[in-house]
Write a protein that binds this ligand. Structure first.
Ligand SMILES: [Zn+2]
Length: 76
């Protein structure tokens, strides 16, 4: 898992296990994984850990809107 998030109360520092000199900065998890995915795409072609994580968050957000509980709330 080369991309790791170092979270504080106000921000997230994105780190790469393979690049001691590199770090990114983000304000939330989604942005942090975007920063990590971009780094992996540019510096580590063929590694997809951060890209997969981002895709999973996108998938969960898309399907969170289709859960029956939320549909019931909208009808009221
Ligand atoms: Zn790296």
């Amino acid at each position: 898992m080369p991309i790791k998030l170092d979270k504080s109360d106000i921000s997230i520092v994105v780190k790469c296990d393979q690049c001691a000199h590199w770090y990114g900065f983000a304000l939330d998890d989604y942005e942090a994984w975007q920063v990590g995915a971009r780094h992996q795409h540019l510096a580590h072609p063929g590694e997809y850990q951060a890209i997969r994580r981002l895709a999973r968050i996108d998938y969960e957000q898309r399907h969170a809107d289709t859960k029956p509980e939320k549909d019931k709330r909208r009808r009221r």
